[in-house]
Design a protein around this ligand. Structure first.
Ligand code: F6P
Length: 323
């Protein structure tokens, strides 16, 4: 295999640049030409494909986002869109594509693979909801951003004896909220995998207040049925049930824009290298991820359309630590 391309797709995740760099430098080291695609699948359909040199990926590793750009592309859901994409790759003699992205993006790579085009996926999303990997590129940074916010909010909360609702991203997956909640010492964690009614949250907050706590933190995943907006609406009408006065912080895209942590840069480097090595071994239609301390590949057939479940014993740990 002599010519490959790489793109980033879906929500950007800190560490994507390091993954692109790893694909490019591993490919060049193996004697390949490596091409970048701008704006994810949208750029593939437009034919926005260009040669990447070693120097093009210099000085990008410490930056969040993706210098190739990313997009959520409706046209790629159509077979016609994907045919155009394949034609553009073939026009440039490109023999395989590395797709760095999360669930939606790997559904796209799977669809390309099913049409006969060689692809390898690299697990990258702040949500950490992909099967086939213990951890995805970007989630460590996203948790750390949430943690920094939680630490700061705790300071101001203590000054005023307040409780804060902090909402994290994560789509339908509560992993980021749960991990940030444990690391940040949250009093309550609300996630889609373990929904809590507003009354239950209020009970926990009231109990913390009655135990004499000077602050309380509720970490809420955006995908929870009772997300921060719904909870605050409920508590505005039932403030007496809580004890603390309440404030809300929704972190949103702040979690995506940070410089990648060392863990994310290393993971991205290993998985980017792993993608090229997989292609060199002749593997295609697989996702490159990390299991234990090993870079592994899993057939895309086995991961698409599924959400990795979270370990609910961690929810119990969060509860115990909150006492
Ligand atoms: O999948 C990554 C993610 O950041 C989710 O956590 C979030 O729900 C979504 O993307 C936001 O998407 P967008 O950037 O399109 O608003």
């Amino acid at each position: 295999m002599k010519r490959i391309a790489v793109l980033t797709s879906g929500g950007d995740a800190p560490g994507m640049n390091a993954a692109i760099r790893a694909v490019v430098r591993t490919g060049l080291d193996a004697g390949m030409d490596v091409f970048g695609v701008r704006k994810g699948y949208a750029g593939l359909i437009e034919g926005d494909i260009f040669y990447l040199s070693r120097r093009d990926v210099g000085g990008v590793m410490h930056l969040g986002g993706t210098f190739l750009g990313s997009a959520r592309c409706q046209e790629f859901y159509t077979e016609e869109g994907r045919r155009l994409a394949i034609a553009n790759l073939e026009k440039q003699g490109i023999e395989a594509l590395v797709v760095i992205g999360g669930n939606g993006s790997q559904t796209g790579s799977h669809a390309l693979w099913k049409m006969g085009y060689p692809v390898v996926g690299v697990a990258s999303t702040i949500d950490n909801d992909l099967e086939g990997t213990d951890v995805t590129i970007g989630v460590d940074t996203a948790i750390n951003v949430a943690l920094e916010a939680i630490d700061r909010l705790k300071v101001t909360a203590t000054s005023h004896r307040r409780a804060f609702l902090v909402e994290t991203m994560g789509r339908k997956c509560g992993y980021v909220a749960l991990m940030a909640g444990i690391a940040g010492g949250a009093e309550v964690v609300v996630i889609p995998e373990r929904e809590l009614a507003p009354e239950e949250v209020a009970r926990e907050l009231r109990a913390a207040y009655d135990r004499g706590k000077s602050h309380a933190l509720v970490v809420v995943a955006e995908g929870a049925r009772n997300n921060a907006r719904k909870l605050i609406k409920h508590f505005e009408e039932h403030s007496e049930a809580v004890g603390f006065s309440l404030r809300v912080t929704i972190l949103g895209h702040v979690q995506r824009g940070a410089a990648p942590t060392a863990a994310d840069r290393l993971l991205a480097t290993w998985l980017g290298e792993g993608a090229v090595r997989a292609l060199l071994r002749g593997e295609q239609g697989v996702l490159v991820g990390m299991r234990g301390n090993h870079v592994v590949t899993t057939p895309l057939d086995e991961i698409v359309g599924r959400q990795k479940p979270i370990d609910l014993s961690l929810f119990e740990l969060a509860r115990i630590m909150a006492q």
